[in-house]
Design a protein. Structure first.
Length: 169
């Protein structure tokens, strides 16, 4: 059973999951539906003929909904930091705020700004942790996947050590 009904995602976590064998299957333990702003869908499917080809390759078409975000203008306490984010991150934060649901994002500035606005924020490493906690994968498999993310430069050593320690791999 999924922990959340729906989650908004930026491109970063999807790129991380692409690096893992059957990485997108881990999402079933995290959420029942994954919402992508149009800008994020365009970013992750850039090297594909269209978005549907990307979704088909990763076998996630029924699981993903692409959303149009009409405005990414958000007043944040962080001044001009928000303007330093890409369109995908801005759209993902805006959509998560509009719907008041968790946000999958890996870029540090985007995570900080989303947290300042009260959003629940996590990345691909947390998806692996949730899959272990929900008994969707073994601790050993979770450790292997976390090491794969580290080897692909998707998480740093500090995050790797913290998660490996926390789940007793």
């Amino acid at each position: 059973m999924a922990r959340y009904d729906a989650v908004v995602t930026d491109a970063g976590p999807l790129i991380s999951l692409e690096k893992l064998p059957n990485g997108f299957a881990l999402l079933e333990h995290t959420c029942a539906k994954l919402l992508l702003p149009q800008a994020v869908a365009a970013e992750v499917s850039y090297f594909f003929p269209d978005e549907d080809a990307y979704f088909a390759q990763h076998r996630v078409r029924e699981f993903i909904e692409v959303e149009v975000v009409t405005s990414t203008e958000i007043t944040l306490h962080s001044g001009n930091d928000y303007s330093r984010l890409g369109e995908g991150e801005r759209s993902a934060i805006a959509l998560a705020l509009e719907l008041q649901i968790p946000l999958l994002v890996e870029e540090r500035l985007a995570r900080r700004l989303a947290r300042e606005r009260g959003l629940r924020v996590f990345g691909a490493a947390a998806i692996i942790k949730i899959a272990c906690e929900e008994k969707g994968i073994s601790s050993e498999r979770g450790g292997e996947l976390l090491r794969s993310l580290f080897d692909a430069n998707r998480i740093n050593r500090k995050v790797l050590r913290h998660l490996l320690r926390g789940l007793e791999f």
